[in-house]
Design a protein around this ligand. Sequence first.
Ligand SMILES: Nc1ncnc2c1ncn2[C@@H]1O[C@H](COP(=O)(O)OP(=O)(O)OP(=O)(O)O)[C@@H](O)[C@H]1O
Ligand SMILES: [Mg+2]
Length: 364
Amino acid sequence: MTAPAATAENAVWSSLPVPAIWIDGSDHIVDVNPAAEGFFNSSAKALRGEPVWDRLAVDAPLEDSLGRAREQGTALFVNDVDVGTGDRAPLQCNLQVAPLQGAPGAMMLLISPRELAGRMTQSQSAKSAAKSAIGMAEMLAHEIKNPLAGIAGAAQLLSMNLSAEDLEMTDLIVGETRRIVKLLEQVEQFGNLSAPERRAVNIHDVLDRARRSALVGAAAHMKIIEDYDPSLPHVWGDADQLLQVVSNLIRNASEAAGPEGGVIRLHTYYERAFRLRRSDGTGQTLPLQVEVIDDGPGLPEALKGDIFEPFVSGRENGTGLGLALVSKIISDHDGWISVTSVPGRTVFRISLPMVPKGAAADGA
Ligand SMILES: Nc1ncnc2c1ncn2[C@@H]1O[C@H](COP(=O)(O)OP(=O)(O)OP(=O)(O)O)[C@@H](O)[C@H]1O
Ligand SMILES: [Mg+2]
């Protein structure tokens, strides 16, 4: 087996901020990413070919479960184990092991030191933390989809000679695998979001489109009030992506309201003084304000600090990607999103930049 060639996959591999180790069918190291070089305090060159368990001391009975994961081509998650590297004191880590596609027996081992996880979210912006989580999720999604297709296919074959009673079981397998595949596709789609194509956009047109489609869909039980500043200048943005943002916010408010319904207010206004100072020292004014306000129960207390993180959801069937996508789009627009919430009043506020001087103001 050779080390990966220079490809997009390789870029993902090198950028993964958590130590990642690629091992072959007999637990020898094929390659490690730069983060793992740091973790081992040793170069990839020195590590290649070494038996992984000579270099890595894991305080958990891993061999059996790793063997099973390898045999069945499934992923394995082990939380809160002590991992040592020989010359350094063990660190508490979470481990993720996933079979490597196209290389029978090979596995990918991801090590997330718990301290590192804590430090990272504190020192880096939510944006880059979300990016790394999404990068990993994307990779896992990709890895998990293939075995799932196999499972669904096998269940369908099985179902050909089954009694009606047993058919229920295979239908269940097929139905549930479809559901997971759909979820994984959502994760992948998330990673594929392209950079916004920005032009001068009338945000009221966007709000109107979002409102109309919501009222025949997720928000059919809601009342949506328009509270617009008609003199608001155009926004510098990608209309389709902004539509996605507003639709997600309306959908969340509608889902939070429950079947009894409630009122959503779409509010736009101008606030000259809104100025964002970024951590790199640059600043920008974001005078165009769009608020989506609902009178529902408010954000669940336990989630308040984390709702923009991917996979954080307070709903039974939620994937937790809605607001992560919203925050990614807004940050790609150099904008800002904030939320205030008490029971009876939740306000998501988006602050956006004006059309830069000199840009074609075609009003599209
Ligand atoms: N307007 C709101 N009122 C109350 N809670 C909210 C509101 N908007 C979001 N939330 C909470 O934040 C969580 C995260 O929202 P997000 O849109 O990211 O994920 P989701 O709605 O659970 O799943 P998805 O949007 O991917 O289907 C929701 O599950 C919900 O608990
Ligand atoms: Mg949502």
